[in-house]
Design a protein around this ligand. Structure first.
Ligand code: ZN
Ligand code: ZN
Length: 189
């Protein structure tokens, strides 16, 4: 994947070893504490069985050797949070706001629900929701919303509102900015 390898390069420069959650070959779970994770220098990730068996110790993507991935101590785990393209505003003057974004700014409607209309604006999607007004909220996604919420609250965020059924929650960071944390597509947490 072109995008993923671009991100990988940036992360290699600026951040830490990527701990991918699954074996690329058999999809088996490989959590950060797993002693069975094997990686190549590009962090392609396989389970020990696949690495030693079908792959014979070589990464099928780059041809490099596969070595044991170091385990990350549980107290040093950082959730993998990424933004979506969604920005949400909420207003009690909803029909007027929908008309405003659709007609005055000329954005195309991309989705329509009972109390929310989504507009395609270009780089991000704007969701205009009916309800008690709040300023624009941008959207972060994580595999495990509850764990990410706990992590952020322990780091000084406060809970603004939440819907555990979706799940999603609005958190205010220690500097006053409110953002949503929702569930990343494809995750079950
Ligand atoms: Zn495997
Ligand atoms: Zn590789």
């Amino acid at each position: 994947m072109v995008l993923a390898s671009g991100m990988r390069t940036l992360q290699g420069i600026y951040a830490m070893l990527q701990l991918r959650p699954n074996c690329e070959c058999c999809a088996r779970d490989l959590p950060p504490e797993s002693p069975h994770a094997m990686i190549c220098s590009f962090e392609c990730t396989f389970c020990l069985d696949c690495a030693e068996g079908v792959l014979k110790g070589r990464c099928p993507n780059c041809g490099g050797e596969l070595v044991a991935r170091p385990r990350r101590p549980p107290d040093r785990l950082v959730p993998n949070i990424r933004s979506s393209r969604d920005v949400i505003v909420r207003t009690e003057h909803w029909p007027e706001a929908v008309r405003f974004y659709g007609h005055v700014l000329g954005f195309t409607v991309s989705s329509r629900a009972e109390a929310m209309v989504g507009f395609e604006t270009g780089a991000f999607r704007l969701y205009v929701e009916a309800g008690p007004a709040h300023a624009p909220v941008f959207d972060f996604l994580a595999a495990d919303v509850a764990a990410t919420k706990a992590h952020l609250i322990s780091a000084g965020c406060t809970l603004v509102e939440e819907d555990p059924n979706l799940p999603r929650c609005y958190l205010r960071d220690p500097f006053g900015v409110v953002f949503n944390v929702g569930r990343a597509p494809g995750s079950t947490g």
